[in-house]
Design a protein around this ligand. Structure first.
Ligand code: ATP
Ligand code: MG
Length: 392
């Protein structure tokens, strides 16, 4: 029955010149999302609206599911198009539509017509009244409520006539690409994929970096991160995933620094390297999955220590989330099942029994001097051997 979708988006904050950027980015992301669906689709902007027209058979549920991954969409309205064959014929179509879409008709409704084609013989008000009357006649169990109806039946008169009444919620947010780019520190855990999703939702394109420590971390652990990036890329578009071999740096820190400070010092090197790649790839910030107090390396004092090595802003969208709240988002976006696969990550391999929870930055800096002899060279090598995988 449905052959098109009207895409609703929030209009606040996108007035004037920005509106085109917003709409073009949205159209681009919709195209990307639908590329993987069966069928042909024409995506077009008409008078401040975006339509997805199906030009072949398609799977309704699959298309809706895909559209629900596109940030910037606040609602998805399935549309029926009909030719203009006179008002009586339109009444027939509309009552047929109601019979199909609303098996239970104990509902209130209002008709909301828009006459975009001005040569149509009835104006909007008249369409509202005449159609309302015709519907009441066909379905006496229905009632009109113009203030708070269960069903708003939209009728848009254009070249063809568009009919829609259902709004399926979209993910909200802003289209990816309208907000610059940021570098996500992506581990195999539950938190960082959610963090990337949340920043992307604000319109930010995402690249990612994963610190791999073979043979202490396995190929499977790496594959898990690639899999997570792939799930996140359903929402963000293609992700450039940088795989950094961190083994020698980690072993060197292990050899030279107090063990209770290992995690913090290691995290500081991750941040430094991530920032280096971020700056080279025009990223305007770093993203981590940290949340205050979740583990020893995420106390306020530890965050001071990891934060101070970066100049770029570090976005931590989960900072005030409880684990359970993070889990809920990861289930919603589909990363949870992959995240809980039991592959060791490099943070858990070299952890001390009693890591510091209140690191003193001055002490940490002093202990980092133990690394002076070789660390620059090791970091340079890690950067040179960066393996980039384009995940989509
Ligand atoms: P996650 O579930 O995201 O792994 P976590 O609770 O395990 O988080 P930590 O291991 O302390 O927390 O890591 C904190 C953050 O540091 C992560 O959310 C991630 O952004 C980053 N991070 C940790 N390990 C790695 C890694 N191996 N590669 C890339 N980023 C990492
Ligand atoms: Mg982790």
């Amino acid at each position: 029955m449905f052959t098109a979708f009207l895409i609703k988006y929030a209009e606040i904050g996108i007035k004037g010149r920005n509106r085109y950027l917003f709409e073009d980015a949205l159209v681009h992301q919709i195209k990307y999302a639908l590329e993987k669906c069966d069928g042909q689709f024409l995506i077009h902007k008409t008078q401040g609206r975006i339509y997805v027209d199906a030009q072949s058979e398609f799977d309704f549920d699959e298309v809706v599911e895909r559209l629900q991954t596109v940030f910037g969409i606040s609602g998805i309205c399935p549309v029926v198009y009909v030719e203009d064959e006179g008002f009586d014929k339109l009444v027939e179509t509309i009552t047929g539509y109601i019979a199909d879409v609303y098996p239970d008709r104990n509902k209130t409704f209002k008709v909301q017509a828009r006459r975009a084609r001005k040569n149509y013989p009835k104006d909007s008000m008249t369409i509202n009244m005449d159609m309302g009357e015709a519907i009441l006649k066909a379905f006496p169990e229905m009632k009109v409520d113009v203030h708070n109806p269960d069903i708003v039946l939209n009728i848009e008169v254009r070249e063809k006539i568009y009919i829609y009444s259902e709004i399926i919620p979209g993910p909200g947010g802003m289209p990816v690409g309208t907000g610059g780019k940021a570098m996500l520190l992506l581990s195999g855990g539950i938190d960082s994929p959610v963090a990337g999703y949340m920043i992307a939702k604000r319109g930010v394109k995402i690249d990612a970096v994963y610190f791999h420590a073979p043979p202490y971390t396995s190929e499977r652990a790496k594959q898990k991160v690639v899999d997570l990036a792939r799930i996140v890329s359903r929402y963000t578009g293609p992700i450039y995933l940088h795989i950094i071999n961190f083994t020698d740096i980690q072993l060197y820190i292990h050899e030279k620094c107090p063990h209770e400070e290992l995690t913090i010092i290691m995290r500081r090197y991750m941040m430094r390297i991530a920032e280096h790649i971020a700056k080279e790839t025009e990223c305007l910030g770093l993203i981590t999955g940290e949340s205050i107090g979740q583990v020893a390396s995420q106390t306020m004092a530890s965050l001071v220590a990891t934060n101070e090595v970066c100049e770029l802003p570090v976005y931590r969208p989960l900072i005030g989330f409880d684990k359970q709240e993070i889990v809920e988002v990861s289930e919603k976006i589909g990363t949870y099942e992959t995240s809980i696969q039991p592959f060791e990550d490099c943070c858990t391999i070299f952890v001390a029994k009693h890591p510091v929870t209140k690191p003193n930055v001055n002490v940490i800096r002093r202990h980092e001097h133990n690394l002076d002899e070789k660390i620059e060279e090791l970091v340079a090598t890690a950067l040179e051997t960066d393996e980039v995988i384009i995940v989509e």
